[in-house]
Design a protein around this ligand. Structure first.
Ligand SMILES: [Zn+2]
Length: 383
């Protein structure tokens, strides 16, 4: 067996930043064999400048929208963005497939080792089978009108079957509170019992308006789509406080975006028994709504934060390094090591991949990155 030995200025383990001279020893497949003091490391230690870090985890992506890169205008708000996706996502399958393959490779080059990926179609299966990345596949269903729940669920079960025949780590998940009926939430909860799921949560203020008062901009969305939603009744509380109990049997839920989450919501969620992870996608929030997630509020409530890129329809790149850079520009007071933990260990836990990924520990195979410049977030892969 041949070894590789790396010594950098700093070592971020996934959980803490070490400034002492620890050498990381791996085999050629990137399995961590040991962490030892420089004096005990022997010969052939490669000295590198910067911070060694485990591979990044992209906890929220839509690989199948990669062909929509640069198609939709920025800062239009969520409703107009969604109308754009619905109306413009249809392309020849070869175009979609080649964009998926290129995006998967770009994520690998950007230091990403695992992805929580949303799929509405089977288009990504082939690329994922050939990928170097580890994927958790969230098969996403929509259907706001209660009467179509059975049909929509039957349709998505076919996509689910195609995935489980080809790939591990698959579950059926709701798209968003404004696009899923209570009936459909019930079917998802029953099907995804004990599984990890995700949902787009409180990405726009209009979502809470819909649940609180049965009014707001989502009526315009459905009108544009030709769907009558005049049956909508107010719940007189926020979306997350309404629907989270409907998902009570799932093992863990990734709440994605949370741009409009309130302190009362965070207190409510803490009292629920589910494991909740909060996925921030700051570049997508800036792209779509020109907002940033309430990261200080999340920190105040000890929320388990992880990071995602969302899709190339709402981001200029699928790079966790770019997400870290933007977070540090908007929240310079947050310690660098804390943000790195969101990007590595917390993401691995959220996706259920912390058995092998997310931290530099003996026996794991987390990928090994070198952050050469913490301001520009210039990153290269060591393994
Ligand atoms: Zn998304």
């Amino acid at each position: 067996m041949s070894y590789q030995k790396f010594l950098a200025d700093r070592l971020f383990t996934g959980k803490e930043m070490l400034h002492q001279s620890l050498v990381v020893i791996t085999d050629n497949q990137g399995n961590i064999l040991d962490l030892v003091n420089e004096a005990e490391a022997g010969d052939d230690v490669q000295l590198v400048h910067g911070t060694i870090c485990p591979g990044f985890i992209n906890a929220h992506c839509h690989l199948e929208l990669s062909h929509m890169y640069s198609m939709l205008p920025e800062r239009t708000g969520l409703v107009d963005f969604l109308i754009g996706v619905f109306q413009q996502r249809h392309f020849p399958e070869e175009t979609i497939a080649s964009a998926i393959e290129a995006a998967d490779k770009a994520m690998h080059e950007a230091g990403i080792v695992a992805v929580g990926d949303i799929s509405n179609t089977p288009f990504t299966i082939q690329a994922k089978q050939a990928s170097k990345l580890r994927y958790r596949n969230f098969i996403e269903v929509t259907g706001y009108v209660p009467g179509i729940a059975t049909q929509r669920f039957a349709n998505i079960e076919q996509v689910y079957q195609a995935f489980i025949n080809a790939l591990p780590h698959v579950s059926i998940v709701p798209h968003a509170p404004y696009s899923v009926s209570p009936e459909l939430f019930g079917m998802i909860n029953a099907h995804s019992k004990g599984k990890i799921i995700s949902i787009h949560n409180q990405e726009t203020a209009a979502e809470d308006t819909l649940y609180q008062d049965a009014s707001g901009d989502f009526f315009r969305l459905y009108e544009t789509l030709g769907v009558d939603i005049s049956f909508t009744k107010p719940y007189h509380q926020s979306s997350v406080q309404t629907y989270l109990p409907w998902l009570r049997d799932t093992a863990a839920t990734l709440l994605v975006h949370n741009t409009c989450i309130s302190e009362a919501d965070l207190q409510f969620i803490k009292a629920q028994h589910q494991a909740i992870h909060y996925c921030c996608c700051i570049n997508a929030n800036l792209y779509i709504e020109n907002k940033v997630p309430p990261i200080e509020l999340l920190r105040k409530h000890d929320a388990q934060i992880c990071l995602g890129t969302d899709s190339l329809a709402s981001n200029h790149q699928l790079s966790i390094a770019a997400e870290i850079k933007t977070i540090r520009q908007h929240f310079p007071q947050i310690p660098f090591a804390e943000v790195l933990q969101w990007a590595t260990y917390n993401g691995a836990v959220a996706l259920g991949f912390d058995d092998t990924l997310g931290s530099i520990e003996k026996g794991k195979q987390p990928g090994l990155l070198l952050i050469e410049d913490t301001d520009t977030m210039t990153v290269k892969r060591l393994i």
